[in-house]
Write a protein that binds this ligand. Structure first.
Ligand SMILES: Nc1ncnc2c1ncn2[C@@H]1O[C@H](COP(=O)(O)OP(=O)(O)OP(=O)(O)O)[C@@H](O)[C@H]1O
Length: 252
């Protein structure tokens, strides 16, 4: 039996993290980390390889239990919830994997229908058609329903993976390195698409990225994850002017 929890629709803070600590043995990855994702905002997490960006995202979706600290997603404390209790949070929080995680043996349409089935959402064929068409149109790939993932370019796969996330109309989207592996022009197109989606779906997003050009396009605010905590945060233009050598190194 799925445990439905009450989500607060009037929130201004979509995600609130306070005093998060995560260690693996002696490796203290996140140290008293605080983070807020405000409603409607694209927040980019920028940090070196191994700085704990993936660990942070895994804590948010409940895959890693922190040593201490609070993580509120849509007003719900996720650190105490069991996996079945995370059900509603996961339905409202789309995750775009770096690998896209499309099912190779399924058509584009079947891939898009999958989240509806997994969440037990019953809809008529006409309603599903409409949702699929809407999502594919909004990622700029209408009429690709019958294609197989193997027939899609890297940029198209990313768009389809995003469409699959959009099918559930999430409040939050977590993007894991959305432009990694794409050529610069396609990467730029995906960054602009992310902006379109933010506006059309009124989403709030955390975006893990190393792509400073993409970040300049999508980020309303940048969270610098250095030494396991929020070392600095601000807009691209604010941080670009920073005199701090650790911050500067990302913008050079
Ligand atoms: N399950 C785990 N067990 C032990 N150590 C882990 C585990 N997951 C992550 N780590 C360690 O936590 C640290 C942060 O890893 P993480 O994958 O979050 O880095 P990242 O910032 O996402 O790096 P990248 O940009 O290269 O993907 C690393 O030192 C990693 O070895």
């Amino acid at each position: 039996m799925k445990n439905h929890i009450k989500l607060d629709n009037t929130l201004k803070k979509m995600i609130s993290i306070d005093g998060l600590n995560v260690s693996f043995g002696d490796n203290h990855v996140l140290r008293n980390l605080d983070l807020t994702l405000n409603k409607g905002e694209n927040l980019t997490v920028l940090g070196k390889s191994g700085s704990g960006k993936s660990v942070l995202i895994k804590c948010i979706i409940g895959l890693i239990k922190p040593d201490s600290g609070s993580i509120k997603v849509l007003g719900q404390e996720v650190t105490n919830l069991e996996s079945n209790e995370l059900y509603d949070i996961r339905k409202k929080t789309g995750f775009l994997f770096q690998s896209n995680a499309l099912y190779d043996s399924m058509t584009v349409r079947e891939n898009l229908e999958f989240p509806l089935r997994r969440h037990g959402i019953e809809k008529s064929k006409e309603e599903v058609d409409e949702l699929v068409n809407e999502a594919l149109t909004n990622v700029g790939l209408p009429e690709t329903e019958e294609m197989m993932p193997s027939e899609l370019s890297g940029g198209m796969k990313k768009r389809i993976a995003l469409a699959r996330t959009l099918i559930l109309k999430p409040d939050i989207i977590l993007y894991d390195e959305p432009t990694t592996g794409l050529d610069p022009i396609t990467g730029k197109e995906i960054s602009h698409l992310m902006l379109d989606i933010q506006e059309k779906y009124n989403t709030s997003s955390i975006i893990i990225s190393h792509d400073i050009y993409g970040i300049k396009i999508v980020a309303n605010r940048i969270f610098m994850l250095i030494d396991g905590m929020c070392y600095d945060d601000g807009t691209y233009n604010q941080l670009k002017k920073s005199k701090d050598s650790k911050v500067k190194s990302f913008f050079e």
